[in-house]
Design a protein around this ligand. Structure first.
Ligand SMILES: Cc1ncc(COP(=O)(O)O)c(C=O)c1O
Length: 368
């Protein structure tokens, strides 16, 4: 059997008619940039995320950069970021002229909230970028309270958290802004790059609308140095279509996750991801830890035709581009451990039951 880590081809096959109809719609009206589909998507995002504002941009990387600028982060500022995340949680901090200050991982793959709160309370950072990883949110409330009390900016990197909630609340509710990604691998991916900012701060939304298109305001006057970071109408239409299916697809992801977890629960040397009762886990990724068996398990699954990936094989403090921001005493033992032990299994709603049976079977057969 062959079960690739991702199957965008199967997704297209299953929804070809709807997707092609959307292409025809956009190409026929011709407003391929800033067409009505972009405003429609922004309205959909406000409904889904519970914010008053949403601004679609070219990628989540740009979204985070624009949020930092809109929050007033400037050259010389220090911004707390997790060490264990995708590079684009931290690179926009450098692009904004600021300095990333890394924190280790705490519970459940999420940033160590107590380390973040200590940095906030000690006045060592001007902002925090907190990433919610793999489709489950951590409890942002204690961190948001600390940031509010100290006048520190809190931005949520919710690239992987579209549709996820914690105690019913979505990213953006308690922070300055949250960034979302429509990268093709995400739960509502475009056929290309895309992202958005959601916020309840209308001034920030206006500023980000200017930044995404050359600094131009509503009166078409160029107010400041801006960028060209537009979400194409066709991508907005496709993401909008996928958001309409998000609940149904999330249920399928959860079913698959629970099947994997039922198998892994029986294996003492494997740890499945924890699904917190107060969280709605959308399973953007299914990340288990397999201790010292990880590399052997990856090879075993590859030999059985099961594609896996490692999120993340190299934490950011090990990447050359961040070396200049580390102190000699910096250490991130939990991020390092996860980089050695974590393994992501195939996770997409288009996996059929036979695929899932095969993955479960191979997990059972592995010589743990
Ligand atoms: C945690 C995290 N942050 C930021 C990004 C960047 O998203 P984009 O590819 O839309 O720029 C990603 C996407 O892979 C991500 O997973």
């Amino acid at each position: 059997m062959n079960i690739p880590f991702m199957r965008l081809d199967r997704q297209f096959e299953q929804h070809k008619d709807a997707i092609m109809a959307l292409c025809e719609q956009v190409f026929s009206h011709g407003r391929v940039l800033q067409g009505p589909e972009v405003a429609n998507l922004e309205n959909q995002l406000c409904d889904l995320m519970g914010t008053t504002e949403a601004v679609a941009v070219g990628s989540a990387t740009d979204a985070l950069f624009f949020a930092l600028i809109a929050a007033g982060i400037k050259s010389g500022d220090a911004v707390a970021v997790p060490a264990m995340t995708f590079v684009a949680t931290a690179s926009p901090v450098i692009r904004a002229g600021a300095k990333p200050v890394f924190v280790d991982t705490g519970d459940n793959f999420q940033p160590d909230v107590s380390q973040l709160i200590d940095l906030v309370n000690s006045g060592s950072v001007q902002a925090v970028v907190a990433a919610h990883l793999y489709g489950q949110l951590f409890d942002i409330t204690p961190l948001a309270d600390a940031c509010r009390a100290n006048g520190i900016v809190l931005i949520e990197d919710a690239a992987q958290g579209i549709g996820a909630t914690y105690n019913g609340s979505a990213p953006g509710a308690q922070s300055f802004a949250a960034s979302l990604s429509f990268d093709p691998m995400k739960v509502a991916g475009a056929f290309g790059s895309g992202g958005a900012i959601v916020t309840n701060n209308s001034a920030a939304a206006e500023r980000i609308k200017r930044l995404r298109y050359h600094g131009r305001d509503k009166s078409r006057s160029y107010q400041e140095l801006g960028y060209n970071s537009q979400l194409a109408s066709i991508q907005a239409a496709i993401v909008g279509f996928k958001l309409e299916h998000l609940d149904e697809w999330t249920e399928r992801r959860q079913q698959i996750a629970r099947r994997y977890t039922a198998v892994l629960d029986e294996i003492s040397s494997a740890t499945p991801p924890l699904e917190l009762p107060e969280a709605r886990h959308v399973f953007h990724k299914y990340v288990l830890t397999a201790g010292a068996d990880r590399d052997r398990l990856k090879k075993h699954l590859a030999a059985a035709g099961v594609g896996t990936m490692i999120h993340y094989a190299s934490p950011l403090h090990r990447e050359p581009m961040f070396a200049e921001y580390l102190n000699t005493e910096s250490s991130f033992p939990e991020a390092d451990r996860l980089s050695r032990e974590a393994l992501s299994l195939p996770m997409y709603p288009e996996l059929d039951d036979t695929d899932v049976d095969h993955v479960c079977d191979q997990l059972t057969r592995f010589g743990w």
